[in-house]
Design a protein around this ligand. Structure first.
Ligand code: CUA
Length: 335
């Protein structure tokens, strides 16, 4: 008979234990719960590691007992030992361990929903993009943006979440837990970033054909830098500079883009699609799916439905190439 460690059963168990370790090692980065950059994500990560450690200890304990009784010290079936094992290991032990973990997990919840002294941000889940409105203290009207969330480090910001049509879920793994967004009902989430950086958020509730393409960029900034950015964001759009951009502004107007999009400081005041006032200064196009380059703006306007299935914006694939280039140049210049 083969020694135990060479047997197939042992190899399978070893493999099952190693797979999660290997898988987790690939989970760092800007959209990872394992790389926390916020107070809430840090405590969630502690919870995760404690749960994982408990799981490993219990797994080792059970397999160790099986190994011991099977291979090292086999003995006859004894009903009184079996009963003790069932009552102790099957009822008492899991009840105590799970109750302790539950109590500890619940004790974290008040902090996760602590009221924010920071910024108030209203976010609406659309098909498939994010309407973002910042409400600085004392403001009468919001500073409207889309598909990107900027937050000051060290302040607990409050998110007021809702949805236009179906259920979405806002999730920024590097900063904290997720929160569902419902049509006709407001939900809340508070987050406190602890480091400056750029992260990726993602819709975490299946919401239709382009659910996987409903992402966004999150930029956490030093408070002073953030205030400067917010003041710039509140301003009107930059006037087009250069022949192509000026021509692009005319194409934008002639094609009726302003019926759906707002560009503050111009005649475009549409509310259907994302606000484009500073679209050229955002980190992504199409809600986290493309870099904001001229080529990508052309591709987006020309092929919206191919890049984001079932998107509401129609593809302007009958526009002449020159017009597309001009329009893209204008949009990229909206810093
Ligand atoms: Cu929105 Cu999934």
């Amino acid at each position: 008979m083969l020694p135990f460690i060479l047997r197939w059963r042992f190899v399978k168990r070893l493999f099952a234990g190693l797979v999660p370790v290997v898988a987790l090692s690939g989970c760092s980065g800007r959209q990872s719960i394992l790389d926390p950059a916020g107070q809430d994500s840090a405590s969630l990560l502690t919870l995760f590691w404690v749960m994982l450690a408990g799981l490993v200890v219990i797994w080792l304990l059970i397999n160790g007992m099986m190994f011991f009784f099977h291979h090292l010290s086999p003995r006859k079936y004894d009903e009184s030992i079996a009963r003790k094992l069932i009552v102790g290991g099957g009822i008492v032990f899991p009840t105590v361990v799970i109750a302790a973990l539950l109590a500890w997990g619940l004790s974290m919840m008040p902090d996760q929903r602590a009221p924010g002294d920071g910024l108030r941000v209203e976010i609406v889940g659309e098909q498939w993009w994010w309407r973002v409105a910042y409400w600085p203290d004392g403001a009468d009207e919001p500073i409207v943006s889309a598909n990107e969330i900027r937050l000051p480090v060290g302040r607990r910001s409050t998110f007021e979440l809702s949805s236009a049509a179906v259920i979405h879920s806002l999730w920024i793994p590097a900063l904290g837990g997720k929160m569902d967004m419902f049509p006709g009902r407001e939900t809340f989430l508070t987050l406190e970033p602890t480091e400056a950086g750029t992260f990726r958020g993602q819709c975490a509730e299946f919401c239709g054909a382009s659910h996987a393409l409903m992402a966004f960029e999150v930029v956490t900034m030093d408070p002073e830098e953030f205030e400067t950015w917010l003041a710039e964001e509140a301003g009107p759009a930059q006037s087009p500079e250069g022949e192509a951009a000026i021509e692009g502004a005319d194409v934008f107007s002639a094609q009726g883009c302003g019926a759906c999009h707002t560009v503050r400081g111009t005649e475009a005041v549409g509310q259907v699609g994302p606000d484009l006032t500073h679209v050229g200064s955002r980190m992504s196009l199409g809600a986290g799916i493309l870099a904001p380059t001229v080529d990508n703006f052309i591709a987006w306007i020309d092929h919206t439905g191919d890049l984001k299935p079932e998107v509401e914006m129609p593809a302007y694939d009958d526009l002449p190439e020159d017009d597309l280039l001009a329009l893209a140049t204008y949009l990229v210049g909206l810093k």
